[in-house]
Write a protein that binds this ligand. Sequence first.
Ligand code: GDG
Length: 507
Amino acid sequence: KDNDRGDRASRSSCNSKATMIVVSNRLPFILKRDENGVLQRKASAGGLVTAVAPVVIRGQGNWVGWPGIHLEDPNEKIPESDPNDKTPTAGLRSEKIVPIRAEPKLFDSYYNGCCNGTFWPLFHSMPDRATFIADHWKAYIKINEEFAEKTVHALHLLNKQKKDKNGSPPIVWVHDYHLMLAANWIRQRAEEDEIKCKLAFFLHIPFPPWDIFRLFPWSDEVLQGILGCDMVGFHIEDYCLNFIDCCQRNLGCRVDRKNLLVELGDRTICVRPLPIGVPYERFVQLAQNAKPVFSTSQKVILGVDRLDYTKGLVHRLKAFERLLEKHPEHIEKVVLLQISVPSRTDVKEYQDLKEEMDQLVGRINGRFTTPNWSPIRYIYGCVGQDELAAFYRDAAVALVTPLRDGMNLVAKEFVACQINKPPGVLIVSPFAGAGEMMHEALICNPYELDDAAEVIHRALIMPEDERTVRMNHLRRREQLNDVDSWMKAFLKAMDSLEEEADDLGAT
Ligand code: GDG
């Protein structure tokens, strides 16, 4: 079943001129110091930034976030972008950037402690990996307060500059699990100061079922923080329903599962599935222009992931090993190319995972390598966008097998780049948001190694016509539902908030 709400919303056009303040843990670029200690911007090429930045720029809004380094001098100014910068954030004037300055130890407790040590594993339904530490939670509260305060300050400035006092109020869009408390404080402060705004929250990772969520000792506060918004977005309807369930069971809210509404006090909050897309045409272009990268005649099975325990990399390597055991006809005929991008490298769990992967690659290669061939090519690092597009284009199979993943953009970028005829095959885990809607992919449960090995085998021997039909459907859907249409669907959902809030019906 296609995700009707997301699809319907994203097809409609929306020319909102709204002023938007984006609030995210990171700014859409990072700041670095050159050899003379002068600050410089380093642009980000992510799809989300590409879609959101033009809207912020057009409405002369702001971006609130951490700049990637600790700025000690409170008066130090954010630099303008480099004149040669052609990326989407180049038009974001420095006066519109609101950097978060925080004491490094506090920020570490918030970011590595609470965000990545608690919420990341818990929300990916891996509670055994989560730590519940009161000091980390206190740091999370403090940093969220700091974000809220900076956002309210930006709202005040916008309010002063606003010529048309009756025009639509600015949209404040808070992103992700780092900032689940900020919205409620922004609402309270804005109300006290009589500043109008519409508040939205979007979660990029899964929202877990109630039985997992309630393990967090301060779970009520998290819900109240998010419910400070007028609209709450998730990638898929399952996460919306999990959230609504938690609001009902934890806080006793009246809810409407059919219309996805939650009532808190005298307010009604709309919950919406807004499945994110990728900059589809940009990836097509990259794939058209990229030079070939594989010098091998062997079929390439591709994996591209941040090195994170949620991505199921250990299971994937073991499934590939099982394939070689059960189907030795693939020996010397296929290669697994795994790109693992270093991530959260100062956290022990991530260092342990790197160690485990290094050993596993060594063991499998040691076991199967012949004089002319090694089964796994392992890149621990980041490749350029052109090279990545060439990998996506020329791979015979993409293995996207996370144990749990909010959406997973790699699956979508792969199909966008599949311009070769005949195309390759996408294998996706049912535990990724992408697995919910990419119906023509082969579905593979990463926990079941025998089955996973069989699915890879099936992908490798799939006839051309079947591959073509599947890939055509997958590509069409991603082209229609790209990241710009996600942005439009969001703005449309914000536009229609008032009507929807009147709908709260049966529980
Ligand atoms: C979170 C959620 C959700 C990867 N390797 C290279 C490279 N990448 C780029 C990919 C892709 C991005 O990184 C990874 O995106 P994912 O969606 O797969 O995963 P997360 O980072 O965990 O993102 C996720 C997402 O937010 C959006 O809402 O889908 O579920 O966890 O864009 O292209 N880029 C380059 N070289 C690499 O080696 N240039």
